[in-house]
Design a protein around this ligand. Structure first.
Ligand SMILES: [Fe+2]
Length: 169
């Protein structure tokens, strides 16, 4: 039982680092979007959700009497920044951003599914409930991206055919 709880604590720390990474990535990307107001607005909404998710994870860890590691979180943030900067140099920056977000949301969905099952196995009903709640938010964001990929892609291709590089983001 001790091992199970320690493993759950580690997964919560991983999720906390993941949310810090998500916030950095979304923030870096959304600041640069100029011509896709709906995408920008949805990303800004998800930045607020992401901050709240991180705080809810912190509450779970505090309740469980464990802490999160600053070092690992900093490494995660660095990775997110490098990814965001990498995308900024691509001429199809907005599409690289959509792809990164789509992938990241599905990584988050998988992580929270594991956390829900892990918390249930460890008998921590409150952590299972919180992770289920966060899981629904990630699924809603992933669905929004899925539904909007066709129109964003088509709008991007129209811009690319008619406008300057700066107008493509
Ligand atoms: Fe998240």
């Amino acid at each position: 039982m001790a091992d199970m709880n320690e493993r759950l604590n580690q997964w919560l720390r991983d999720a906390h680092a993941m949310e810090q990474q998500a916030e950095q990535m979304l923030d870096a990307q959304s600041r640069r979007i100029e011509n896709y107001p709906e995408l920008k607005a949805r990303m800004e909404q998800h930045i607020a959700e992401t901050r709240s998710q991180r705080q809810r994870l912190e509450a779970c860890m505090e309740r469980r009497g464990t802490t999160w590691s600053g070092m690992k979180d900093m490494a995660g943030q660095f990775t997110a920044m490098m990814q965001a900067v990498g995308g900024m140099f691509a001429s199809d920056e907005v599409m690289k951003g959509v792809l990164a977000n789509y992938s990241f949301e599905h990584f988050e969905i998988g992580s929270y599914r594991i956390l829900v099952a892990g918390a249930q196995a460890a008998g921590d009903a409150e952590t299972a409930r919180v992770c289920e709640e966060i899981l629904r938010e990630e699924e809603t964001m992933a669905s929004w991206i899925t539904e909007n990929i066709p129109q964003i892609t088509q709008a991007y291709l129209m811009r690319e055919a008619t406008e300057s590089d700066a107008a493509k983001r």
